[in-house]
Design a protein around this ligand. Structure first.
Ligand SMILES: C[S@@+](CC[C@H](N)C(=O)[O-])C[C@H]1O[C@@H](n2cnc3c(N)ncnc32)[C@H](O)[C@@H]1O
Length: 419
């Protein structure tokens, strides 16, 4: 495991790698992590090797596997990210067809109008010059009616990337950063068409065989399209406890593509399908202690749950002391219950001799240290895994040290290996 350098859990490497750099996703990990595990496990030498990623994100595991010629299958529950991944896995795109579609789209935007004032989403209006926003919506409307799904998703992905490049402020770092101003003098059309051309060029040098498949699926439930014991390796990075609200991170895009239009929409259409990783995912009234204690999670993990409830009380007391309003005490319980369900799904999909590699972060809500990686390893043992190992990648969270209410506990990012 000597490839576990401090950047392996970050998406930095991906910015320099074709296909991986088709969509800027701050929560991704390095494609090199996947390549190294494929080597370590000798997956290219197996006839029936298949990798599973229950949290496909922007598709790093699936794209890397496809590049290496190893089969892979994944779940992603966000509709928008699902489309991003689908587009990133399609390498049968032809440059001349892309050019023809570009002419059609350009003609459409030259001949049509979009009334930004009355029809654009208010969030979008606050992030783009109106003239640019009109162009973005016109490209969207024109590309949306392309009949071929693979070209439609190709242009949708190029437009998604354009949204990042022509905004007034950076829109997902991981959240909108209104204090920073982006300098972007290029026209929307120039940015969009050059992204499309670069993407089409990227696919030309690649093998056009498809080895990876993505499902729009909540990994807390069994995916009926993936049979028991089908895969030999799982490579993934789950949401970290109290780190990112993935519904919030992609809201500019989901609002733009009319998947959502408000906070409530994000909660009902997106957050509800995700592992509970942030306090914005639930209402305090959703928690029912009796039901929680009667759940399979509590029954299968009695000792762990007793410890979690003690930690939860501890967090609640710290919140009262600090006058904090966030219900991290409940988040903790929801998070481990959800992750137990996903670990069960990983166990179901893996073969007997299978192994899972998970990149995870520890956390410390209200300054109460939660050894997330170790707790998940212990839950996995109760589910039927045989052993677990933890390998530290780096110390994390140090950039927040200057925040007034920030705790000073050192947190780790780790790889959890389940056998
Ligand atoms: C940390 S990101 C994964 C990043 C990914 N490893 C990459 O490099 O692209 C977690 C992803 O899991 C997705 N997710 C969260 N809960 C999920 C669930 N219950 N089922 C499926 N996907 C989920 C989120 O939408 C997000 O895209």
């Amino acid at each position: 495991m000597n490839f576990l350098h401090t950047e392996i859990g970050s998406a930095r490497d991906n910015q320099r790698s074709p296909i991986h750099n088709w969509y800027k996703f701050t929560a991704g990990f390095s494609y090199k992590f996947v390549e190294e595990i494929i080597k370590l496990e000798g997956l290219k030498d197996f006839d029936n090797a298949e990798i599973f990623d229950p949290f496909a994100g922007c598709g790093t595991t699936l794209v890397s596997s496809q590049k290496e010629g190893v089969k892979a299958v994944g779940n992603e529950s966000q509709a928008f990210m699902f489309d991003v991944i689908k587009a990133k896995l399609n390498w049968t795109i032809k440059r001349d067809r892309v050019n023809k579609y570009l002419i059609t789209i350009e003609n459409y935007i030259n001949k049509n109008l979009f009334d930004v004032e009355s029809s654009a989403n208010p969030l979008l209006k606050s992030l783009y010059d109106f003239e640019k926003l009109e162009q973005l919506y016109l490209i969207r409307n024109s590309a949306e009616v392309i009949r071929s799904q693979k070209y439609r998703l190709f242009f949708k992905l190029a437009l998604s990337q354009t949204l990042h490049k022509v905004a007034i402020h950076p829109i997902a770092v991981p959240y909108i950063s209104r204090k920073k101003i982006l300098s972007n003098n290029n026209s929307v059309w120039d940015v969009f068409s050059s992204i499309c051309k670069k993407m089409a060029e990227d696919t030309e040098s690649l093998d056009n065989l498809i080895y990876s498949k993505i499902y729009k699926q909540d990994s807390r439930k069994a995916n009926r399209f993936i049979k028991n014991n089908r895969c030999n390796t799982c490579i993934t990075s789950p949401p970290y406890l109290n780190n990112l609200d993935y519904g919030e991170v992609s809201k500019v895009h989901t609002h733009f593509f009319d998947i959502t239009s408000s906070w409530n929409d994000i909660t009902n259409k997106i957050r509800k399908k995700l592992v509970t990783g942030a306090t914005t995912h639930y209402n305090k009234s959703d928690f029912n202690k009796k039901k929680f204690l009667e759940s399979d999670f509590a029954i299968d993990n009695m000792e762990i749950v007793t410890g979690l409830i003690e930690t939860s009380v501890n967090i609640k007391n710290k919140a009262i002391d600090k006058g904090g309003k966030k219900s991290f005490d409940l988040l903790l319980l929801f998070y481990f219950r959800d992750m137990y369900l996903v670990l069960k799904e990983i166990r179901r999909v893996l073969m007997q001799a299978g192994k899972a590699y998970l990149i995870l972060g520890d956390s410390a809500p209200y300054g109460v240290y939660v050894p997330t990686t170790k707790i998940l390893g212990e839950i996995a043992m109760n589910i039927g895994f045989e052993s677990f190992e933890i390998h530290k990648i780096r110390t994390r969270g140090t950039k927040w040290k200057t925040l007034k209410h920030r705790h000073s506990i050192e947190l780790n990012e780790n790889v959890l290996i389940l056998k």
